[in-house]
Each structure stands twice: as C-alpha cells, then as structure tokens.
Design a protein around this ligand. Structure first.
Ligand SMILES: Nc1ncnc2c1ncn2[C@@H]1O[C@H](COP(=O)(O)OP(=O)(O)OP(=O)(O)O)[C@@H](O)[C@H]1O
Ligand SMILES: Nc1ncnc2c1ncn2[C@@H]1O[C@H](COP(=O)(O)OP(=O)(O)OP(=O)(O)O)[C@@H](O)[C@H]1O
Ligand SMILES: [Mg+2]
Ligand SMILES: [Mg+2]
Lengths: 259, 259
C-alpha cells in the first residue's frame, strides 16, 4: 500500500504547498507513482499542478461529504507520474458540514484504504494541508503514516511547533497509532541572514534528528514556478531550489528503509 | 466610538500579524490610543507585542465563550499607546465550541460595543485574524467597520482574493451592512523581482484605488523585530520597513476623513 505523508503546519505561508508539489516532483523523477491530495480550500496545490479552478468538477469535498470514490476524483497534472485530487473553496465548509458525523475524522483514511484506489498501485500519497488544526488537517493526520512539517526559518515559525506536536501526539493516542514525524524541513533559508541561521540552529538543537539534513533555500525561481503550473524541477531543473527538493526526495525515500 | 479594522486574509503568511503590530505602532506614534485584539490561536500578535504565553491568563477565548468583559482582558504591551487582548491555543476550539450558539457571529461585536469598554476612549481597534475564513475571522468582519487585506506580492496570493471578497460581501449583506474595504496592502515587495512587480501591477489593474499607494518592502529588520517583542518602529526606527508602516498609518488616518 502507498506511503501516505501529510504536509502540515498551522502557521501560514511556511512552504506546505511548495513542498507538497516539489517533493511529489522529486519522487516522480525517481520513478515513483505519486498522488497529491489537496486538502486546502485555497486550492493552491491544484493550481500549482496545472488543474485550473474551472476544471475541478469533483474535489476532495466530494470525497468527504458525498462518499465519492477516490478513483473517480483523480486527475492528470502537468507532470507525468503525479496525479491529483483537487480542492476548491467548497472545502471551507467541511468543518461545519461534518460536525454531526461520527466518522468525520476517518473519512480521508477510509477513502485511501478503499480497494479500487489501492489497486492503482501508487507508491506515495502526499496530502497538502490548510494553515489550521481543523478537521481537514485532522483527517490528513489520521490517514497518514507520517507528517512532514515545513518550518520557515523565521521567528514566528518555532512558536506554533509545540502546538502541532501536541496535536500529532493526541491523534496518535486517539485515532492513528502508527502516525510518526517524517521530519521537520527548514524552508526559505538565507545563509546571509542571522535570524534564519539562528532558527535553523534552534530547530536542530531542540529536535535533533527529526530535522532533515536537507534545507530549502529561499530561491525566487521556486516562487515563480507555480505561475507556470510547474514544479521547480520542471520549471528550472538546475536551480538551487530544484537541487534541494531532489535531495529532500532522496531523504524521504531512504528514511523509509530505516523504518 | 473607536474605528474597528479587521486585518484578514485566509492565505497564510502574507503579513497579517506584522501589519497589525506595525500599523498599531504607527497610529500610536501619531498619538492615537490603539487596542490590538489577537483572534489567532497562534498568538503571534501577542508575542510580537511582548505578552509571553505564560502571561495570557485570560484571552480572547474568554471573551467569546465566557462573556468576559473586554476591559478585564486588556493588558499593557511593550509600546505606550498600544494595549492588547491576547490569544492562545484555546481559541482553536472556538468554532466547534460555539457551533450551537445563535449569536456566535456577533460575540466580538457585542464585546466591543459594551459601554465600559467604549468609555476607555480608544481611537482604533485592530483585529489580527487567523489564516482561514472560519468563525474567528467572521467575528472580526462582523465587528469591524472595515477590513485591511495584506496581499503578499507572490503568485498564490492573488488566487484567494476573490474568495475573501465574496465572504466580505456576504457578511455585509447578512450581518454587518457598514463593512467596507479599508484597502489592499501589497506586502514583501522586492523591486528586483519581476514576479513581485507583476503581482503589484495586477492588483492595481484589477482593484484600482482599493490598493494602498504605500507598499511594504521585504526588509529583514521587519522579520527580526518580533524576536525582540517590538514593532519595527521601535526596533529600527530608520529602516525601510518602519518608513513604510508610518506611511501606511498616514493613509489609514486620512482615508477616514475621506469617509
Ligand atoms: N524556497 C522558497 N523560495 C522562495 N519562495 C518560496 C519558497 N518556498 C515557498 N515560497 C513562496 O512562499 C509563499 C508561501 O509558500 P506556500 O504557499 O507553499 O506556503 P503554505 O504553507 O502552503 O501557505 P498556506 O499556509 O497559505 O497554505 C509562496 O508564495 C511560495 O511561492
Ligand atoms: N515586510 C516584511 N519583510 C520581511 N519579512 C516579513 C515582512 N512582513 C512579514 N514578514 C515575515 O514573514 C512571515 C509571515 O508574516 P506574518 O506572520 O505577519 O504573516 P501572517 O499573515 O500573519 O501569517 P499567518 O497566516 O500564519 O497568520 C513572518 O515571519 C514575518 O516576520
Ligand atoms: Mg498552502
Ligand atoms: Mg498571523
């Protein structure tokens, strides 16, 4: 069965979507079959992979609310090897729409474990989460075997980390005993910036091996790529951003074998 | 009665908290009495104004859930002229805790209209919103006379704007007829970056006068200031970031007189 990784952090703008898209591209480049599930009502991962808003007839909302089958929602993207279950603004009402449902935290997990989807033989499922610890992120953490936490190398970034770790521990105790931390990824680093180096040093001091050795540098080509509906690996394959996400992909692939 | 401005955008990391803190500082520098209400469970505005997590005995959560009086929650900050109603992670459960409450969208509005608070004579109340269109942001939009929308000069930023505008229109029709757009503030601009200039040009082309003439440049001193629990105006008064937030404050002050 596929490895399911949630990409989550309630702090906004830390690189969750950018990491989901570019890690998917790195894994696909190494020959893995990857599904991206967009759990964010903003739909940025859908846009960044070339599925325009008007092409999202059925979305993750239908998966959660209408028991649609994942195999019916999956679309092609601009990148061979990566498929997508898109999202749009409807998803924003999922919290309220599902408040009475007993199984509301397990809907995504059930959808991924469904036989017809498993038969497609994906190697990885990456779930892009919105910037909150709401029901959408909870669904992703219940469905996932691990969570990858992008951590922007900025002052406010470390502040929310302990809350996120608490939530992960609660989910592991109550709903998903296999949930572990895939790793903490320091993003938008700037070697000339004292604060950025400080945040990375603090993260390594407090989290140790949980922090990926790969860090992602701030690189304008990375922020340009989504406007061409391409990951950085396709938009500018020799950029510093593309290199960093390839190295991250290798770390994610090899972490598994260390199980 | 005070001018109440919500600082909102469901896109994460666009500069909502940074703008709330530094606009408050600019207004205080011109002699206005300012209250900041932190509506974000991350509590970044509280930290950035020097109220540490252990000093937040009562928070915005108590205002919404326990009918606490705003006058009992207000604390001093590191800046004369700015007081704060702090937030912590408890606020994250407000959506679910309040789902059965009839008045759930009006709780903040009622708290701000309360006589003992009004008697304190604040000139401005700035409400820092979390990165979502949940009940917390809805409360801020119902309580506010206007909404200031930080727009990061990046590709994904424009995508969420139409959804936010729809929400503002819905709130104006259903709960708060006086709600208007204070302005759209282009943040983290970089004059050497083609994409940044493009996003600003697009914003001005589609939104016209709604966009403040002041833009906020990306300035590392701005991101360092919160680690000293100070706004940029106090941390580095002659920096490009401080200048920009002073100019923004003047625009906000003068917009009112144009009514
Ligand atoms: N390494 C990088 N270099 C330069 N820009 C980056 C980098 N990573 C991300 N960005 C840019 O920073 C912004 C925030 O990134 P992104 O949207 O991926 O964060 P997010 O955590 O998904 O945000 P949200 O919380 O809104 O979902 C985007 O405009 C993106 O293009
Ligand atoms: N003009 C600027 N120059 C440099 N860095 C900035 C600037 N404005 C904001 N930042 C930094 O960018 C990051 C995001 O800003 P901020 O936290 O204010 O955004 P936000 O919209 O409040 O985020 P969230 O969606 O998580 O609430 C912070 O680390 C902040 O210090
Ligand atoms: Mg995102
Ligand atoms: Mg904020």
């Amino acid at each position: 069965t596929p490895r399911v990784i949630a990409i989550a952090n309630q702090k906004g703008g830390v690189g969750k979507t950018t990491t989901t898209i570019n890690l998917a591209a790195g894994l696909a480049e190494f020959g893995y079959k990857v599904l991206v599930i967009d759990m964010d009502p903003q739909g940025n991962a859908s846009t960044g992979l070339g599925v325009a808003p008007e092409a999202r007839k059925q979305t993750t909302y239908d998966l959660l609310l209408d028991q649609a089958l994942l195999i019916d929602l999956i679309q092609e993207t601009t990148v061979p090897g990566i498929t997508l279950c898109p999202a749009n603004a409807d998803l924003a009402s999922a919290d309220i729409d599902l408040v009475a449902s007993e199984k509301r935290s397990f809907l995504l997990s059930d959808a991924i474990q469904e036989a017809r989807f498993l038969a497609l033989g994906h190697d990885f499922v990456l779930v892009d989460c919105p910037p909150s610890l709401s029901l959408l992120t909870v669904n992703a953490l219940v469905a996932a075997e691990s969570v990858l936490i992008p951590l922007q190398s900025e002052f406010f970034a470390l502040e929310g980390l302990s809350q996120l770790m608490l939530t992960v521990r609660e989910i592991r105790k109550s709903a998903n005993p296999r949930l572990r931390i895939e790793g903490v990824l320091v993003t938008m680093t700037d070697s000339r910036n004292r604060l950025s180096q400080q945040v990375e040093a603090d993260a390594r001091a407090t989290l140790g091996n949980m922090v990926f050795s790969t860090t992602i540098p701030r690189n304008v080509r990375v922020s340009e790529a989504p406007s061409y509906a391409l990951p950085i690996l396709q938009y500018d394959p020799s950029s510093k951003g593309a290199d960093a996400y390839r190295r991250l992909s290798l770390e994610v692939i090899s972490r598994k074998s260390n199980g």
